[in-house]
Write a protein that binds this ligand. Structure first.
Ligand code: 3HC
Length: 700
């Protein structure tokens, strides 16, 4: 017998003898949408009422069991039946209910499974409670049922970390009862029969006793209280786990209340925005063009960036031809790659055998530029100088095979010029990686005037293969990220000259949630990098623009940050914590005096306000000029390339929490002291007039 539950195709019932089968089918990932929730309740109702059915089994169609609650529904009025009710209905069923998991059973998906009376997983299954990474907690009984199966300490670990574990680990913990290979439907049939025969023990998780562990709960609560305030959901998760001390039904109520506190928090909105940002950036106008096949990659330049890019490609299983101008540089690059791979071995991402095989077979270091003719895609990561790049692209245009994609990793320079030099501009684009390139997830795919659509999709496909987040950018000085950064870095320099110290600015920005403030980053990256771009721009710098010379003077004195032991701060042995470089302070004082500035006090709030307003202003211009497709693309750039705190969702999401009018008022106020720098972008004025937010522009 085959029937569909009412109008719901999302959950199908079938019956074979004494077994009632419930198939969840809500592509692509079987999220527990309203249709699924309704379908599950109807299925249990129908099968419980069916006298012929003696046992029930749940399983998923397609890729997964259930990927969790439908997070698109968060923030909207909750639609009944709620997931906790669905779970209670399953657990309360008078007939044994078995869940068969495959693909993923995450969050609400795992909660549905925990409400069943026994759980079997296919070998490749992943389970976990990723809720805290989305700013919520398990809200359908997860915090009450999981500890009854695996104990409080393991539940604290799972629920507060958001980590995903494999079936083997889930079995060790006791979260599932068995691992079995096969088709979910067949396993479901067998398991239900075994449950009937008593060969598969069944029980209601909510009725199991729980071993209290107040010490572990107190330790976890303390840990999150002292962590930075962005861990709102983690703190609530510990509170919910502590509610296991209450009777089960009371514990569920407490969990629910805490879940709604999280749903209402701005962190939840920001974290879910970040989740969707990672996926939204793949929607590009060129999406219809099939990417060109890439089976090998060429990298020009074996410096830090070139070696990092080569490492990323090698780790993704692509053979790499690496070329340099001289043997010494080439050997240095090979050594850096070996070191990077060693790091991957240490992190457990690579076996030592695989590393050896990669170095021996997949990496081809060569001084012969012509060898690049064998690569399907070549990435130039040579010295940041237009003359050098033009020359390389002219040669590449000749040696690269027809149809090979020619990419540059330039951070600022005009890709149209390189494209023209190659003689085959349709093949040329920017693939802008971030250092360290084998670790940082962002790649800006920079589309030049004549780049062919299938070259663009090839760039996106390569980024995906490298497990990176690709964001489409147009050509301008600095593309999306560095262009915006150059602007807000100026705001930081102005505050510096006017009275704030580097450590004060860094601390204010770190309190917002950035891992490092701008001066600490500058010391880490090397002051010489930004110095080179400032020198390049010097000739075109507008006369009205305020200019702060402190960084230039540090560079002129050979103080480039960490690599020279001195920069904004002191580095090296014996230096504990952040110690400002006394020579920097002396230069700063001289520059202040020369400009006739009496240093004034900045509060941390004031520092953050100026820094973020500058970021948002330039981001609005980048959007207005069409350099970024949508506000969410800018958010992705900053989340994945610049350490923007995920719990604030990205600069554009954050800007929406202020609103266009508030932003304009803030900028106009600052324009009274520097009208040139604090110009209000036209886009913001239009948004204010139309009552629009940046998020309204994300659908295009
Ligand atoms: N709700 C709604 N949509 C979801 C979703 C969810 N839980 N999970 C994934 N999707 C969507 C994605 O946005 C994407 O949509 P798009 O194609 O329109 O961009 C599509 O499904 C496919 O997702 P991916 O591109 O991520 O596919 P992958 O195969 O790479 O990954 C996955 C699949 C592992 C399921 C991954 O999507 C994932 O980790 N999803 C989130 C899982 C999660 O966090 N679940 C917990 C939710 S909170 C909860 O359950 C609360 C409860 O306790 C009450």
């Amino acid at each position: 017998m085959q029937e569909t539950t009412g109008s719901e195709a999302a959950v199908r019932i079938s019956r074979e003898g004494e077994v009632g089968l419930v198939e969840i089918d809500n592509p692509p990932v079987n999220a527990a949408s309203r249709a699924v929730r309704e379908g599950l309740v109807r299925a249990i109702d129908a099968l419980e009422a069916d006298a012929q059915v003696k046992a029930i089994a749940l399983y998923g169609a397609g890729r997964s069991f259930i990927a969790g609650a439908d997070i698109r529904e968060f923030g909207k009025p909750p639609a009944e039946p709620w997931l906790p009710e669905v779970c209670n209905r399953i657990e309360g069923c008078g007939k044994p209910v078995v869940a068969v998991l495959h693909g993923v059973a995450l969050g609400g998906g795992l909660e549905v499974a925990l409400a069943a009376h026994a759980r079997i997983a296919l070998p490749g299954t992943t389970v976990g409670f990723p809720e805290v990474t989305l700013g919520v907690i398990p809200g359908a009984g997860g915090t009450q049922r999981a500890p009854r199966l695996i104990g409080i300490p393991a539940a604290i670990d799972l629920v507060t970390s958001g980590k995903r574990i494999d079936a083997k680990r889930a079995l060790e913990l006791g979260l599932i009862d068995r691992i079995e290979d096969g088709a979910p439907r067949e396993i479901a049939m067998r398991a239900a029969r075994e449950a009937l025969a008593g060969a598969l023990p069944t029980r209601r998780t909510g009725e199991l006793p729980i071993t209290p562990d107040n010490e572990a709960l107190a330790e976890a609560a303390e840990r999150f209280r002292h962590a930075r305030p962005h861990l709102f959901a983690r703190e609530r998760a510990v509170e919910a786990l502590a509610a296991t001390g209450l009777p089960f039904a009371e514990g569920l109520k407490r969990e629910r209340a805490l879940f709604f506190e999280c749903i209402d928090s701005p962190q939840r909105a920001a974290l879910i925005h970040a989740f969707f940002a990672e996926r939204a950036v793949a929607r590009i106008p060129e999406a219809g063009a099939p990417p060109r096949p890439v089976e090998s990659v060429g990298v020009i330049g074996a410096g830090t960036m070139g070696s990092g890019i080569a490492t990323a490609a090698l780790l993704a299983g692509l053979p790499v031809i690496l070329t340099e101008r001289d043997a010494e540089g080439l050997e240095r690059g090979r050594a850096t790659i070996a070191q990077n791979l060693e790091g991957a071995v240490k992190r457990g991402k690579l076996t030592a055998e695989r590393r050896d095989a990669i170095l021996k077979e997949a990496l081809t270091p060569t001084l012969d530029f012509g060898a690049l003719g064998a690569a399907d895609l070549v990435i130039e990561a040579a010295f940041e100088d237009m003359g050098v790049k033009r020359d390389i692209f002219a040669r590449l245009g000749e040696v690269a095979k027809p149809g090979a994609v020619l990419a540059t990793n330039t951070s600022y320079l005009d890709i149209n010029e390189m494209a023209a030099a190659s003689g085959r501009p349709e093949d040329v684009l920017g693939l802008h990686f971030f250092s360290p390139a084998h670790i940082m997830r962002l790649v800006e795919v920079v589309v030049a005037e004549k780049t062919a659509p299938d070259a663009v999709t090839t760039g996106f496909a390569l980024a995906k293969r490298l497990k990176k987040v690709a964001v489409r950018s147009g050509v301008c000085d600095g593309f999306i990220g560095n262009r915006i950064m150059t602007h807000y870095r100026k705001a930081a320099d102005y505050m510096l000259l006017d009275g704030a110290s580097p450590s004060q600015i860094d601390a204010a920005i770190e309190e917002f949630g950035f891992a490092m403030g701008p001066f600490a980053v500058s010391d880490l990256a090397g002051l010489d990098i930004a110095w080179a771009s400032r020198k390049r721009r010097a000739a075109t710098r507008p006369a009205e623009e305020r200019y702060v010379r402190v960084a230039d003077r540090l560079c002129e004195a050979g103080m480039f940050g960490r690599k020279t032991g001195r920069g904004w701060y002191l580095h090296g042995e014996g230096v504990e914590g952040r110690v400002e470089n006394p020579e920097m302070l002396k230069i700063l004082e001289e520059e202040r005096r020369a400009a006739g500035i009496t240093p004034r006090h900045f509060t941390h709030d004031e520092i953050r306000r100026r820094y973020l307003l500058a970021m948002i202003a330039e981001a609005a211009r980048v959007l207005e000029e069409g350099i970024a497709l949508r506000p969410i693309d800018i958010d992705a750039v900053f989340l994945f390339g610049y350490g923007f705190p995920r719990h604030h969702g990205g600069p554009m999401h954050y800007a929406d929490t202020i609103g266009a009018e508030g932003l304009i008022t803030g900028m106009e106020e600052l324009a009274r002291e520097d009208a040139y720098f604090w110009q209000v972008p036209e886009l913001l004025r239009r948004m204010a007039a139309d009552g629009k937010r940046f998020s309204d522009m994300n659908d295009r």
